[in-house]
Ligand binder design. Structure first.
Ligand code: AHM
Ligand code: MG
Length: 348
């Protein structure tokens, strides 16, 4: 959706309403409004955090559901997402990085969507004023299906696949606040205009550049990586790639979408499933990257081909420009072939 003819930029609210199919009941619009409001609340809190003493971690050494220390802003961001979504009348349940279990809406107020979010990703960076973000992924609940209990909702999510995701997005709180969205028909980006408090369409039809020699990974984990991935990184270094790693997934993926290259969080000896969470980090970013023309793999296939087992499951992540992901995976394939050859040889 381009700007209006008189070049008045399209607002996010207009964009969401106009992208609804005719006769839709508007539940999706309401849910996106709730997300938009939560993002604005988080944005305001981040911008004022230094003045209000809101940087830092909770003093009671609190950890979230996946064992990470909770920053004060993690809690504020989680409360903002929860408050607006739970009263939006369009979700049946939500899952958050900051919540131990799924949270279900009162039985008679349940809507048709399930949403999973990381309210403040990369929060360990926040005191240093490095870009952080919120990430969300949205799945559908069949019409008439209601959850009587958390266990009921847990059972239902185990019937879903990554491919069932219907929409995903992220907000990045950086030098400007960006919001990037897909509902399976391409990717569009918005920037918050602080003067009017509206997100404006600034990056229509984002397409990831096909080739770019930029690699993004935490090299501190080098000694724990699998041999094939270490070889790929050696290849990258011999071929004059540029290294860029923020350590904030939203920032690293946003740059990869705009500039191209590869972003990885591989599995390693200490994190055999990888670090990033499937439902609210990897799957939403995978949908966005694929919709922008890139690839998003787990090392054994597409990220989105994975089944869902539990709320906080993790997955390795390799995403970015198609060409670069293919080069990366060629090292994995070469290694697998060699291992197979060695196995056959030892049987002789
Ligand atoms: P978080 O959800 O606890 O903030 O952790 C996720 C973050 C990602 O934003 C980032 O890609 C990754 O962790 C960085 O991890 P590391 O510090 O191990 O490089
Ligand atoms: Mg996170």
């Amino acid at each position: 959706m381009e700007s209006e003819k008189n070049s008045t930029p399209v607002t996010l609210t207009q964009y969401i309403i106009r992208s609804q199919p005719p006769h839709s009941r508007g539940e999706f619009t309401l849910m996106m409004m709730a997300i938009q409001t939560a993002v604005k609340v988080i944005e305001k809190n981040i911008r004022r955090a230094g003045m209000l003493g809101m940087f830092g971690y909770l003093t009671n050494q609190s950890q979230n559901a996946t064992g990470d220390s909770q920053a004060k802003l993690d809690v504020i961001a989680n409360n903002a997402f929860k408050a607006y979504l739970m009263t939006s009348t369009c979700i049946a349940a939500l899952g958050s990085e900051e919540e131990e279990t799924l949270v279900i809406v009162d039985f008679d107020k349940q809507g048709d969507y399930l949403i999973f979010f990381d309210p403040l990703d990369g929060s360990s960076n926040i005191d240093a004023n490095v870009s952080v973000g919120s990430i969300w992924g949205i799945w559908r609940v069949p019409k008439g299906k209601k959850f009587a209990s958390i266990e009921d909702a847990n059972q239902f999510i185990r019937t879903l696949k990554g491919n069932d995701i219907v929409s995903a997005g992220y907000a990045m709180y950086g030098s400007a606040t960006n919001l990037v969205l897909t509902s399976g028909h391409g990717v569009d980006g918005f920037t918050l205009d602080p003067n009017i408090g509206e997100f404006l369409l600034t990056h229509p039809h984002i397409c990831i550049p096909k080739k770019r020699r930029i690699f993004s990974v935490n090299e501190g984990n080098y000694n724990k990586w699998e041999a094939w991935y270490r070889e790929y990184i050696e290849h990258v270094k011999k071929n004059k790639y540029t290294a860029r790693y923020i350590g904030s997934m939203v920032g690293d993926v946003h740059r990869t979408l705009l500039y191209g290259g590869i972003f990885c969080y591989p599995r390693d000896a200490g994190k055999v499933e990888g670090k990033l969470r499937f439902l609210y980090e990897a799957a939403p970013m995978a949908l966005i990257v694929e919709q922008a023309g890139g690839k998003a793999l787990s090392g054994t296939g597409r990220i989105l081909d994975q089944s869902i087992h539990r709320l906080h499951q993790r997955t390795p992540v390799y995403l970015g420009s198609r060409h670069e992901i293919d080069i990366c995976m060629s090292f994995r394939d070469k290694h697998a072939k060699k291992q197979e050859g060695d196995k056959q040889g030892s049987k002789l």
